[in-house]
Design a protein around this ligand. Sequence first.
Ligand SMILES: [Zn+2]
Ligand SMILES: [Zn+2]
Length: 266
Amino acid sequence: MVWPADYHMHTPLCHHATGQPTEYAARAVALGIKEIGFSDHSPMPQDDFDEWRMYFSKLDQYVADVRQAQKDHPQLTIKLALEVDYLPGQEDWIRKLARLHSWDYFIGSVHYISNSWAIDSPSKISEWKKHDPFEVWSIYFDRLTAAAESGLFEIIGHADLPKKFGIYPKQDCTPLFERFLKAAAKNNVAMELNTAGLRKDCKEIYPSQQIVQMARQHGVAITFGSDAHAPKEVGMNFTEAIELARSVGYTHYRRFTQRQMEAVPI
Ligand SMILES: [Zn+2]
Ligand SMILES: [Zn+2]
């Protein structure tokens, strides 16, 4: 198979992934993947914000580890990126991060719907019992739409993350998706097809077939990501992701070099 680039993978610096970048790269080479990108969880202004991201002081180490993987695997194109948490008010911090290295792209992800609740966090799953799912999905998509409008990101990550634990609102969320996708199209931001959802309770790719189909209709570009937190997860379930993209009419995905985009046939 001809693999699209896998643009979403982590490193041990985020404290919940295993394997050095060079090991992820070796796995990609073994599979026949031609391009990957590291997009580890970005530092926050305070290192104690949570326990699942790299410390700011480790950012140079992160870049060095990715550069090492590039040296070890010259036959593989390896991009340098971050998965950046979008929280309203952190725009200046994100701009500061952007200036520190020559990044190829930023994935903008929403995990937090308040400063204290990351909706995908297994340790905070009890929070879901205290909230109406529709309220959670609404706030989440408000933030995702703001992320798409912020001009800070090339790609929006795992666009329907609130489904992770299989908790869905009774209400129709189509208007929430619509608003987000219009913003992504208008601001020329790509949306990733993230196969990690298949490994969670929701057992489907992020985002759903409905959203991918709507994205195609709105002219939103796509990327592919395994969200690998271990070398064996590189490229995982890409056959399904390619199938999903093609089934709604996608013919190309995007790659990025120093934050400039290019369309590549799937
Ligand atoms: Zn992670
Ligand atoms: Zn994420």
